[in-house]
Structures are given as C-alpha cells and as structure tokens.
Design a protein around this ligand. Structure first.
Ligand code: GLV
Length: 312
C-alpha cells in the first residue's frame, strides 16, 4: 500500500499523443497526478508509466517508476530497453480482439472471393446468383492463441471454417491445436488461409518466410495483424509472384508508415491498411489500466503482467 494517490507519467513517441492520453487519465482519475515524459527533463517521481513505444531514456530518467502499462497489446517495442525486473502490463483485449477478429474475417472474405462477382454485377446492374463458397475448402491457420488469436479463431470457426490453431505451448480449444516446430508444419499443411496473431519475439521474428509459406495449401492467403517483422517481405512478394499466395491483407510493417516506394503499395494481390486492425479504445484502455494501477497502489496483484523474458 502506497501513501497518497497514484502518480503517473505518460510516454509515447508523439507529443500530441502523450498530451491526449495524459488528459484522458486526468479526466478519468482527477485525484491522480499525471505528468508528461520529455527526454532530458528532471525526474518527476512518478510511480507508474503509461506508455506506447516509449523513449528508452524513460527508464533511467524516472527511477521511481515501479510498474509500466502499455497502451497496446504488443510490448515488443520495449523489449530491448525495459529493465528485466520491471513489472510490465499490457492491454488484454480491451476492445481490440473483436476489432481484430472482424479484420481477419474481412481477409477471409477477400480470400474466398465470395462477394467479388457481386461487386462487379452491382456496378453492371446484373442479377445473378452464384453457388455459395465451400468453407471446407478454406481452412484457416491462426498463429498465436493469446486473447486476440483465440478470439479470431473462435469467430472464424463459429462461421464453419475449419480452423487450426498454433501457439508456443499447446492450448485446448474446440478446433485442432498444435505447438512446436513439427506442429507448426502440420498446422500450415492443413490450411489455406494464414492469420498471424503472434507476439513478436526472438522466436517469432521472420517466422513467415519462404519455408513456412510453401507449407500452406497452394493459392494461400496471408492476413497479418500482428507485427511486420514476423514476415520476410521478399518471400511474401515471391510467393505472390509464383501463385503460392493468391493474396495478402497486411496491417503491420517493419517500417511504419509503409514507405511510399514499397512494392506492397499498389500490388494487385496486396491490400495494405495503416495499422488499424485493433485500435486502442480510450474508454476500455483507461478502465483496464486505471483499475490495475489502483490495485497495485493498494498492494494487490493485477492481471495482464507480461513475462518480460518471453516477450508477451
Ligand atoms: C498494436 O499494435 C498493439 O500492440 O496494441
């Protein structure tokens, strides 16, 4: 139990974003002290840091910070800079999982092409029914069965698509699940659509590459809603060229914004979106982070703690 009200510091790469979140916390928790991080300023004495991709200086400049709260699900941007014993909490779901399941479903519909003839026919004023898509022909691999991957997998499975889920450790689910290297190969071989919902760690970096893509059923479709560095971009472009991939819906990139001259832009098989598959929702994030800070401040444990060693 700490004396007084919680004292927060907010740190993000953009000053306007830092100010915005600081104001949200002040509005939601008027008794708390909320400061803004500026590199080079004197230590504020904050006990909790609320961050998105924070400047690594944060951790040396604010030595009284005793817990860090990420304003998103993925904590990879801090992996190299956060002290290994610093309690780190990430957003769990907080309204993101539903958005991401919807995003994945949009990709599945792009893959099957169910609505493509109707888009054309609507423009042409033509009334003609086509046979329904045979969902069994579109088995979906979901990589990563955390809160987000699990929601994606459950939503897609609920619509009758065969779903195969892969994760680092074996999970129980109503669909077949796999773990480990051999499990990954089996999961991919059983699938034609690949949805990536993994955390970015040393083990998962570059996991979507020539070898893994070649294990999917031919004419596969890739949906990446996790991190750009999971993908070897050239291998995806080559697989699109060879027809091993029929298309890709990509939300995340090694460099964001995606550079103007990147071959993904304008590629006929690729749809690019600007990292919007799961947007942090203000109300849910404030509620989740605020209630966790309140618990810690009373000396109680809080959920959502990241295993910094594992990276998620
Ligand atoms: C967004 O990419 C997040 O990690 O929340």
């Amino acid at each position: 139990m700490l004396n007084g009200q919680p004292h927060l510091i907010v740190a993000t790469p953009r000053e306007s974003e830092t100010q915005r979140w600081a104001q949200h916390f002040r509005d939601a928790y008027p008794d708390w002290r909320v400061d803004l991080f500026q590199p080079g300023q004197a230590a504020t004495g904050a006990q909790y840091a609320v961050v998105w991709q924070p400047d690594p200086l944060l951790f040396s400049q604010e030595p009284s910070v005793r817990a860090v709260f990420n304003l998103g699900a993925g904590v990879d941007a801090m992996a190299a800079s956060i002290p290994s014993d610093m309690p780190l909490y990430r957003l769990e779901d907080a309204g993101m999982a539903e958005q991401m399941a919807e995003y994945a479903l949009y990709g599945v519909l792009q893959a099957t092409g169910r609505f493509r003839p109707y888009e054309e026919q609507a423009r042409e004023g033509r009334w003609k029914a086509h046979r329904p898509v045979d969902r069994k022909q579109w088995p979906v691999a979901v990589l990563g069965l955390g809160v987000i991957g699990r929601k994606v997998a459950d939503v897609i499975a609920s619509l009758g698509y065969p779903v195969h889920g892969w994760s680092r450790t074996l999970h129980q689910a109503d669909f077949p699940t796999y773990a480990g290297q051999a499990g990954l190969h089996d999961c991919l071989a059983a699938s034609r659509i690949l949805v990536n919902a993994l955390p970015l760690t040393a083990q998962t970096r570059g996991l979507i590459n020539e070898d893994t893509l070649s294990r999917l059923q031919p004419g596969a479709y890739l949906i990446n809603l996790a991190r750009g560095a999971h993908i070897v971009d050239q291998d995806v472009l080559d697989a699109l060229d060879s027809g091993q991939l029929s298309g890709a819906l990509l939300d995340v990139f090694t460099q964001e914004p995606l550079p103007a001259d990147h071959p993904y832009w304008g590629h006929p098989g690729v749809m690019v979106t600007p990292h919007i598959s799961g947007i942090t929702l203000r109300e849910q994030a404030l509620e989740q982070i605020g209630s966790r800070i309140a618990l810690l401040h009373q000396g109680q444990p809080a959920e959502g703690r990241v295993d910094v060693r594992l990276g998620y």
